[in-house]
Design a protein around this ligand. Structure first.
Ligand code: FES
Ligand SMILES: [Fe+2]
Length: 462
């Protein structure tokens, strides 16, 4: 049976009816358990290798609410260390990024090496009488650290499966959709950060949502802030109509949702070979707005496979990494309490691309999403209002509706990957919440491995 009841959190996500209990966005106990059972257990995105290329380079990131230092030790190995001194807990690194030989705690001066080992203790001889076993008091280290195509992840739980196994076909596809987009991909210096008064899951749920743009972003569109994109879309639609091809840009475009284990998912428009051919025609006219020509590169085709090559929706690497593939950006939705989320935006450019294209990517990175992005201002306002309402004692009696498309689209499987093609739907959102419930019901990696929802079989109707 595709949907079954498994545990208490499973009962808050009624996958059959497409209903989700509002308490999951407001309840503090649930939030605390998310930090434990999801963030302290999952592989969390840290940074891109281009942000820490040399020994001693570091970048501060988060696992749940906890600050961690992603760094390269003297041997050039990636390390992820909890940014909390073992003496009284003070942060040992305050700068967001940089290069260091060691991390000196500014409270009493304990000093840690780039691999987290405790290498210096003031008064070691006179006050500790040389009896402190330094080998036992290094910084807490991640259980596992790994990089997939330059994207660095860490998990605090040594029982977690290895990164590639964790990502599976769909998580890897999600990262391939950005990693294969450039021949020499690097992160632009600086990460845009802002706080939105919303539950982190609403920000994740929205990334699959192609139902809202025509309403939420109507004024942004009317302002003409993306004139070139609108022009391109209109021309694409016109050419598609002339050639009798379904869709073209916009609401009518066919959708694809790809289902992965452990909650990884991709949802959004499908880019058929026919539409791609039209885009290639338009590429000469509006070069830098066409960022999909990487799909013609043999290496990208091999990595993405037959399902991924046509997929141009938004991947979420569970729990909170949005691969905003159309803009070559990554966004982290970092939890800061049940009603607060810090949004981070990393922008990537291909050093091998034309200067104009690189410039356009950065410009788009500044004006679409992020604190100054017109779209994110619209989105944030909605998430904020939704989150406020979730706290209502009356509102909480009534679940939210995620039933769009339920039972209407048939699962296909190709290259070990389950997906549905159809009109706009909410399969991806519901998949994410079902998987969330699996994570919350499992008290260890062993339990989660045994009891997670596996991608549906061919012929199923999610
Ligand atoms: S808190 Fe770090 S040395 Fe005391
Ligand atoms: Fe939006």
């Amino acid at each position: 049976m595709l949907y079954e009841t498994r545990g208490p959190f499973r009962s808050l996500v009624d996958a059959k009816a497409g209903a989700v209990d509002r308490s999951i966005y407001a309840d503090d106990d649930i939030y605390q358990l998310e930090l434990e059972r999801i963030f302290a257990r999952a592989w969390n995105f840290m940074c891109h290798e281009s942000q820490i290329p040399k020994a001693g380079d570091f970048f501060l990131s988060f696992i749940g609410e906890e600050s961690v230092i992603a760094t390269r030790d003297k041997k050039g190995e990636l390390q992820v260390l909890l940014n909390s001194c073992r003496h009284r807990g003070n942060a040992v690194c305050r700068a967001e990024s940089g290069n260091a030989r060691s991390f000196l705690c500014t409270y009493h001066g304990w000093t840690y090496g780039l691999d987290g080992s405790l290498i210096g203790v003031p008064g070691y001889k006179d006050f500790y009488h040389e009896q402190l076993d330094k080998s036992q008091w290094g910084l807490v280290k991640a259980g596992k650290v790994a990089s997939y195509k330059g994207f660095v992840f860490a998990t605090m739980d040594p029982e977690a499966p290895d990164l590639e196994e964790y990502l599976g076909e769909v998580g890897r596809m999600g990262i391939d959709l950005i990693a294969e987009r450039g021949k020499d991909l690097v992160a632009v210096e600086g990460v845009q950060k802002s706080i939105i008064g919303c539950n982190w899951k609403l920000a994740v749920d929205n990334l699959f949502d192609f139902y809202h743009p025509q309403i939420s972003h109507a004024s942004a569109t009317m302002s003409g802030f993306r004139k070139q994109v609108d022009k391109l879309n209109a021309e694409e639609r016109e050419l598609a109509a002339k050639a009798g091809i379904a869709g073209g840009s916009g609401v009518g475009r066919p959708h694809r949702v790809v289902f992965g284990a452990y909650g990884h998912c991709v949802g959004g428009p499908r880019l058929t070979p026919e539409i791609r051919a039209i885009r290639t025609q338009l590429a000469d006219k509006i070069d830098s707005l066409i960022d999909d020509d990487f799909r013609d590169w043999p290496q990208a085709q091999e990595a993405l496979g037959e399902v991924g090559i046509d997929t141009s929706g938004h991947p979420n690497i569970f729990p909170n990494l949005w691969v905003a593939s159309q803009g070559s950006q990554l966004s982290l939705r970092l939890p800061k309490g049940p009603g607060r989320t810090e949004i981070w935006w990393f922008t990537f450019i291909d050093k091998a691309a034309t200067e104009k294209r690189q410039k356009d990517r950065v410009e788009r990175g500044n004006h679409v999403f992020g604190a100054a992005g017109l779209l994110e201002q619209d989105d944030g306002e909605n998430w904020d209002q939704s989150t406020r309402a979730m706290r209502g004692v009356i509102a909480r009696r009534y679940p939210l509706n995620f039933a769009m498309g339920s039972g209407h689209d048939e699962v296909k499987v190709a290259s070990n990957t389950a997906y549905v093609d159809g009109p706009i739907n909410e399969h991806a959102q519901l998949w994410t919440y079902r998987s969330w419930a699996d994570w919350m019901d499992a008290d260890s990696w062993a339990a989660l491995k045994q009891n997670h929802t596996v991608p549906p079989e061919a012929g199923a109707r999610p």
